[in-house]
Design a protein around this ligand. Structure first.
Ligand code: UT7
Length: 343
């Protein structure tokens, strides 16, 4: 119940769409760029290829706008009906204005509110959690949530430990009041800024604005201490998933799908194992797209949409820079096979 005594509405995901750039960067091509091999990347990460956005002047908004255009067409939604657009991204087109502002303009949404959420790889869960509140309170009826990242813009392609895992992509979902009682039933978001030392971009912000020196020292790229991040990711993804299961009285056999952030196949497998879930109930797209940061979870929903049935119980879970982490528990609201057959 809201403080004023009115019942809160359940928010539901009522549509999903994904966009992936055409260019495929394979492990073989990476092995020609840095000292690595298809065998190492496959064994240590599960990734075979990732997509890269090519084209001068194209930023994250290009991919986000493509995903939102597809989403609106697929759900029969006019841009003028959208009440709010939230974009989770770590690679905004510009420091300001927000990428959400740019996407709204490109798609013809507005003038309604739009803003970015910065929570690195957990960004989509943060943004979904925010969208849920706007629906629950009755403030909005149609919220578009985008997860989009052009990671290739901030990856150092001489750093073999980092460059092999990331890729570019965008996914978008429509969040509306539930048509049938199914929907987003719980969310958890967490952060610990002390994790910054292990995963961040050193220059380009107000602490260290860009200079010729910061560029020469390669400080505008992702600095990732992979092994340290891996350790936290394994612990926190499982912990937050178990917490959301426990506070919603969910046993492993009641969960139809785990939708994990795709950073490393070994992190995904370990999370599933600790939750007691077999891998055939875990969405995995990492082999095709790598780690697309805020886009991994909506891209999983997009890839698996045709398998999803109304009432399917799902746990979404992510971990990323910040550190940030989070989880969502939802029941799927529509027949994914019917939707994909119709398009
Ligand atoms: O998206 C959210 C945040 N990010 C993550 O969750 C990523 C978490 N971390 C990881 O997924 C893994 O740590 C990586 C895939 C990034 C790295 O894998 P790792 O097994 O942790 O490797 P490492 O950095 O501990 O390095 C182990 C060895 C080192 O060689 P020595 O010192 O043992 O001789 C590295 O130099 O593997 C070497 N290495 C590589 N060898 C071939 C590191 N990267 C590569 C590479 N190819 N690409």
């Amino acid at each position: 119940m809201k403080p004023n005594g009115h019942p809160q509405k359940i928010a539901a995901i009522t549509g999903v769409y994904g966009y992936l750039p055409d260019y495929v960067l394979t492990n073989a091509e990476l092995a020609r760029m840095v000292d690595t091999s298809d065998a190492w990347i496959t064994e240590r990460t599960g990734i075979k290829e990732r997509r890269i956005l090519k084209g001068e002047g194209l930023g994250t908004s290009h991919m986000g706008a493509e995903a939102v255009r597809g989403l609106l067409a697929r759900t029969g939604t006019r841009p003028s009906e959208v009440d709010l657009l939230i974009c989770a991204t770590t690679t905004p087109d510009l420091v300001f204005p927000s990428t959400a502002n740019l996407i709204s303009d490109m798609v013809g949404i507005g003038p309604v509110g739009s803003f970015d959420v910065q929570a690195a790889c957990s960004g989509f869960i943060y943004a979904l959690s925010i969208a849920t509140q706007f629906i629950a309170t009755g403030t909005c009826r149609k919220v578009v949530v985008v997860g989009a990242d052009k990671m290739s813009a901030i990856i150092d392609y001489t750093d073999r430990a980092t460059c092999v895992i990331f890729g570019d992509g965008a996914g978008a979902v429509l969040v509306e009041p539930s048509p049938n009682g199914e929907g987003i039933l719980d969310t958890i978001i967490r952060s610990d800024g002390a994790g910054m030392i292990h995963l961040h971009q050193k220059a380009g912000g107000s602490r260290l604005p860009p200079t010729a020196e910061t560029v020469a020292k390669r400080l505008h790229y992702v600095h990732q201490e992979g092994a340290a991040v891996y350790k936290f990711a394994i612990a926190k993804m499982a912990e937050v998933s178990q917490e959301i299961m426990s506070r919603n009285n969910l046993r492993a056999d009641m969960i139809h799908w785990l939708v994990p952030h795709q950073a490393n196949r070994r992190i995904i497998e370990s999370t599933a194992e600790r939750m007691g879930l077999p891998m055939d109930r875990v969405m995995v797209t990492i082999q095709k797209y790598g780690n697309t940061t805020a886009a991994t979870i909506p891209l999983c929903l997009w890839d698996y949409e045709s398998c999803l049935k109304p009432g399917d119980r799902m746990i979404l879970a992510a971990f990323g820079g910040g550190f940030t982490w989070g989880a969502a528990y939802l029941t799927w609201a529509y027949d994914g096979a019917e939707r994909t057959a119709a398009h």
